[in-house]
Design a protein around this ligand. Structure first.
Ligand code: SF4
Length: 170
């Protein structure tokens, strides 16, 4: 199985104007179906921490507000829940292949690597993804984080190709 961000399965969770598809990213879903990979939806951290309207002061970005003490705490709380769920699945004999994150500019879910090993996230990553990475490290779970960049068709094509190779190898 993979743990994937809420908006891959439901683009309606995105901020107004940020959806790339009308309802869902069918290409990612089809790939999971093709390789019989279960999908566990991670609740959208922006909606969890800020509500659907992403309430914030004028001039404040979503990242600004997620990157505050209370925003980081909220992301850490969600990361603990998701980390606990991943741990339970693994303890029950399931194979969690990856965490699928979001676009490079996503305040909550961007995936950027620190170095070229592809195993450590940098501070450019979304605030929630960093929290989840820390939580998984804390509970000693090593699961790769893969960005699914659907804001550009060429990036998505490249990410789908990598994901298919990744699934094929497992
Ligand atoms: S915060 Fe994450 S799950 Fe929510 S809309 Fe943005 S990329 Fe998707």
């Amino acid at each position: 199985m993979v743990f994937l961000i809420e908006c891959i399965l439901n683009q309606n969770s995105r901020d107004i104007g940020a959806a790339s598809y009308k309802a869902m990213n069918v290409k990612v879903i089809n790939l999971c179906m093709k390789y019989h990979v279960g999908m566990v939806q991670i609740p959208c951290p922006e909606m969890t921490c800020l509500g659907f309207g992403r309430e914030r002061k004028p001039g404040q970005s979503i990242r600004d507000i997620l990157d505050t003490e209370s925003g980081r705490r909220c992301c850490a709380d969600l990361a603990r829940i998701v980390g606990g769920r991943i741990k339970e699945y693994i303890a029950s004999g399931n194979k969690v292949l990856a965490v699928l994150g979001g676009n490079p500019e996503s305040p909550g879910c961007a995936v950027h690597y620190d170095g070229d090993t592809g195993r450590k996230l940098s501070g450019q990553s979304g605030i929630f993804m960093q929290a989840l990475f820390r939580e998984l490290s804390r509970i000693k779970i090593d699961v790769p984080f893969l960005g699914i960049r659907d804001c550009r068709s060429d990036w998505l094509a490249s990410d789908l190709q990598s994901l298919e190779l990744f699934f094929r190898d497992r």
